[in-house]
Design a protein. Structure first.
Length: 295
């Protein structure tokens, strides 16, 4: 592509949170994509050399921009918006080429007909119209109504490919929330993007991780792609660890309530002897995950 449409509003909305270095890197990457009309190679070192990202900060910016705006595939770093613009450019270019060939053929036919001494199609049509003049009697009996030519609307753009349904092992609600999140980010789901996301979720599931949590993380963080959930130190994902800790805290306060009830039931006519809530709470919380040696 020799040029591409740059939508200032879309670009600013999508990159407002980036640093100046990251915005510059992003422009370099999409211009590379449009120039090659294909995904960017997967080797990050090759990318850094190509766009002159030599410092450590620039290399980090390249990796962050790739992870946020591109999807890594076996063919390279894929960008959905760039692919749509390239497809539209190729379609328009093909239509213009066909129109140019048809126009050249028409001019060549007129030239050849003029050399052979014949009249053109337009001249023949004009002669026919001039000879078909109605007489006075015909004018009185003829109902002159305008002729209406019903033309079918021209579909300038083909209907998009329908988006495939997610596999059964993907939670339908999480998938719907992810699709709506991409729409709010002005990166609506397409059939090609859905297939790539399904492929990444399959890798996450095969790695023993929660593919539905990956979708929820993308919704919460405003990501258009999906990434493997990070694991806690004990091997569980952050979400599972948080639920486990909440359960332990709930159990701790249940113990406190039981001790209060026992102390109240044991007190007869006098002040019931029970451990202080603060001491009991401290004793129980010592055994919570991640705590040792006191509150």
């Amino acid at each position: 592509m020799r040029y591409y449409r740059h939508h200032i509003g879309d670009f600013n909305h999508a990159t407002r949170h980036l640093t100046r270095v990251e915005r510059s890197v992003y422009r370099d990457l999409i211009e590379w994509y449009y120039d090659a009309e294909s995904p960017i190679p997967r080797d990050v070192s090759v990318i850094c050399r190509k766009i002159l990202a030599h410092s450590e900060d620039e290399s980090t910016a390249v990796q962050q921009v790739l992870n946020e705006f591109f999807v890594e595939t076996e063919y390279g770093w894929y960008h959905e918006r760039c692919e749509e613009e390239i497809d539209e450019y190729r379609h328009s270019k093909s239509k213009k080429a066909d129109a140019g060939r048809a126009s050249a053929a028409a001019r060549a036919g007129k030239t050849q007909q003029a050399l052979n001494g014949g009249s053109t199609g337009a001249e023949q049509a004009l002669n026919e119209c001039s000879t078909n003049v109605p007489t006075d009697g015909q004018q009185n009996s003829t109902n002159h109504k305008p002729l209406t030519v019903n033309q079918q609307p021209v579909n300038k753009k083909e209907a998009p490919e329908p988006i495939p349904a997610p596999p059964e092992w993907i939670n339908a609600g999480d998938w719907q929330a992810y699709a709506e999140s991409r729409k709010r980010l002005r990166k609506p789901m397409t059939a090609a993007a859905a297939r790539l996301v399904f492929r990444e979720l399959t890798k996450i599931r095969d790695a023993g991780l929660d593919q539905d949590e990956a979708l929820r993380n993308s919704v919460m963080n405003g990501w258009t792609g999906v990434f493997p959930p990070k694991k806690a130190n004990n091997g569980a994902t952050h979400g599972n660890a948080g639920q486990k800790r909440f359960s332990v805290v709930a159990d701790a306060y249940a113990v406190i309530d039981r001790e209060r009830a026992r102390a109240f039931a044991g007190g007869v006519g006098g002040e019931a002897a029970s451990p202080a809530d603060g001491d009991l709470r401290t004793e129980v919380l010592v055994h919570l995950p991640g705590r040792s040696g006191g509150a």
